[in-house]
Design a protein around this ligand. Structure first.
Ligand code: CP
Length: 356
């Protein structure tokens, strides 16, 4: 079918024209060649920033950022990405309605239509799953909408910067920006830890890693879900991965753990998440699980030497600050990579993946 929902699957390829003017609302839109184009463009953005600070390829373009839910990293990195490429930014803080006309009863869709009259691309976060997708697929919306997180749904740009970080840290992305993803029989073992029920970042990342297993990573993938029973990975995500595996003939194993010491044995990545207080129905339910997994220096002593620690951040107390000094703590490098990946996304959807 070529209905609006078909835009959510396999539309973004290695052809830059396939990105131009497109919304990015789910990781399911990226083909493997599309992922390679994005990673390569992000690597070039990193070099550009380090050598020159940026360029002017998006001069006279304006980014609208509208956040109905709090953000530090996603909001600031998208805004900075636009500025480093010579564009300008109009930021709307719409948390609890902010000072927008939603206070007068305006719908999200009408507010975004308004922003699109004045700007060229919209980055949007909303606390309700599906709202960003519905907005982007509205036939009146004509300019790209980028999903900056929709409730417990997806956070595709976070998953893309996470994948970029993984390949950078484990040596698939080399210093000269060349991808060296030769096939290997050694599995990539990724532990997803903490609040897997509410964590949209781990939902997007698990889906993206599964889609990338066969043709991008070219090595077996082991996904280990480690959480309290009440915060386990939703079955619809596990079923999606099973389906991808079956259709693509992938080599993916999904395992469930409650003990982090067992889960991290031989692993390459320990991806910690915050227990999301704001998504619980009662303070008591939150209090019962909030300290379930703390990464501290003692845990790191038992962890594999090669294992990096990632976290989408913000953290509360689930990673002790003493761990920050450990070279395996990759979460601040991960946060920085958000800038380069978001520069690449903005450049691609505005038709400027390559500078003039
Ligand atoms: N990782 C992430 O989405 O952080 P913010 O909520 O600060 O944007």
């Amino acid at each position: 079918s070529k209905g609006p929902a078909s835009k959510l699957i396999d539309g973004l390829t290695s052809d830059p024209a396939s990105w131009m003017g497109q919304s990015l609302i789910s990781v399911t839109q990226l083909t493997t060649p599309g992922l390679e184009l994005l990673v390569q463009t992000a690597a070039e953005m990193r070099t550009l920033v380090k050598n020159h600070g940026g360029d002017d390829r998006l001069k006279h373009k304006i980014l609208a950022t509208i956040f109905y839910e709090a953000s530090t990293r996603t909001s600031c990195s998208f805004q900075t990405a636009m500025l480093r490429l010579g564009g300008q930014v109009m930021h709307v803080d719409a948390s609890a309605g902010g000072n927008t006309s939603s206070k007068k009863g305006e719908t999200v869709s009408d507010t975004v239509k308004c922003l699109q009259c004045y700007t060229d691309v919209t980055v949007m976060r909303h606390p309700t799953q599906g709202t960003v997708v519905d907005t982007a697929l509205d036939s009146i919306i004509t300019k790209p909408v980028i999903n900056a997180g929709d409730g417990v749904g997806e956070h595709p740009t976070q998953a893309l910067l996470d994948l970029f970080t993984i390949i950078d840290e484990i040596g698939i992305l080399q210093d000269d920006n060349v991808l060296n993803n030769e096939p290997s029989i050694e599995p990539l073992i990724v532990v997803l830890l903490g609040d897997l029920k509410h964590g949209r970042t781990v939902h997007s990342l698990a889906k993206l890693l599964a889609r990338a297993q066969r043709e991008f990573f070219k090595r077996p993938l082991v996904l280990r879900y480690c959480s309290p029973e009440v915060l386990k990975m939703p079955s619809y995500i596990q079923e999606y991965i099973d389906e991808v595996s079956t259709i693509a003939g992938s080599d993916i194993t999904q395992e469930v753990y409650t003990n982090v010491y067992d889960a991290m044995k031989n692993s390459d990545v320990l991806y910690q998440t915050r227990v999301q207080k704001e998504r619980f129905n009662s303070p008591v339910e939150y209090a019962n699980v909030k300290g379930a997994y703390i990464i501290d220096t003692q845990l790191m002593e038992d962890a594999p030497r090669k294992m990096i620690v990632m976290h989408p951040l913000p953290r509360v107390d689930e990673i002790d600050t003493d761990v920050d000094k450990d070279p395996r703590a990759a979460y601040f490098r991960q946060m920085e990579n958000g800038l380069y990946v978001r520069m690449a996304i903005l450049a691609l959807v505005l038709g400027k993946g390559v500078a003039n």
